[in-house]
Design a protein around this ligand. Structure first.
Ligand SMILES: O=P(O)(O)OC[C@@H](O)[C@@H](O)c1c[nH]c2ccccc12
Length: 265
């Protein structure tokens, strides 16, 4: 039986095929031209780290295949404003509709409402989606090594770079990390959650972080809930975190972010 990641990719291929029929490249190019230049996503993180601070990429996430509905009362703009208020460094906005109950319009709405750099969190398999991401206002795209060939990684990375967007390259094991390190990626996310089984352990970050050279920025992703988790990750030298669920379960997600980073939860 195929795993969830395989299913998502199969659905995505179908979506891309339909999307390409509706939005020809010319149409996307026009919408891209109407966007202002990308806000430096990686740069915003670097600035925090250079100032001796931690950086949080706060995620706007309604649901997931592993947890079902996480936040029923879901207003992406309100959540984004709250995160900005809570001193998030960047935001991640899920746009996958079928598995995460996200929407492309959430990214557009959030882009209008806040000044923070935005990651489009979706499953990129085709350069057309990279153009679409820019047309929607994304500053950074996610490339998940587990569902891409080396050739696709190179092609999608080049497409993002050409549009001056940053790339967060996501890995979950040593083999994927090695493949990521063979690309020009300098922003590397270690997903503590296995997207095929949903098993989540922060030890994944500990096991893989030593493989990464100093000049790369490492992000620990998923399963981060309490200050003890932050302390653990800081102890192994990781100071950038991608966090969704534990913020989304609170009525004021930005306040929860502030509490987490100031050791109050
Ligand atoms: O909600 P969490 O456990 O804090 O995790 C956030 C983020 O890391 C997670 O949503 C994620 C990481 N990589 C992904 C790839 C696709 C979809 C979702 C994800």
């Amino acid at each position: 039986m195929s795993n969830v990641l395989d299913q998502i990719v199969a659905t995505k291929k179908e979506e891309v095929r339909k999307g390409q029929a509706i939005h020809q490249l010319n149409d996307l190019l026009e919408r891209m031209a109407a966007q202002s230049a990308p806000r430096g996503f990686h740069q915003a993180i670097r600035q925090r780290l250079h100032a001796g601070q931690s950086a949080v990429i706060a995620e706007v996430k309604k649901a997931s295949p592993s947890k079902g509905i996480i936040r029923a009362d879901f207003d992406p703009v309100q959540i984004a404003r709250s995160y900005q208020q809570g001193d998030a460094t960047c935001l991640s906005v899920l746009t996958d509709a079928q598995y995460f109950k996200g929407h492309n319009s959430y990214l557009q709405q959030v882009r209008e409402a806040v000044s923070l750099p935005l990651l489009r969190k979706d499953f990129m398999i085709d350069p057309w989606q990279i153009h679409e991401s820019r047309a929607l206002g994304a500053d950074c795209v996610l490339l998940i090594v587990a569902c891409l060939s080396d050739g696709q990684l190179a092609e999608l990375f080049a497409a993002a770079t050409e549009l001056q967007m940053d790339v967060l390259m996501e890995v979950h094991d040593a083999e994927e990390m090695q493949r990521a390190l063979n690309t020009p990626a300098t922003l590397i996310g270690i997903n503590n959650r296995n997207l095929k089984t949903f098993d989540t352990s922060l030890q994944t970050s500990e096991q893989l972080c030593t493989m990464v050279p100093e000049d790369c920025t490492l992000v620990s992703e998923s399963g981060i809930h309490v200050s003890a988790d932050i302390n653990y990750l800081q102890g192994i030298g990781i100071n950038t975190y991608l966090i969704g669920e534990s913020f989304m379960r609170h009525s004021d997600p930005g306040q929860q972010l502030h509490k987490l980073m100031s050791g109050q939860v």
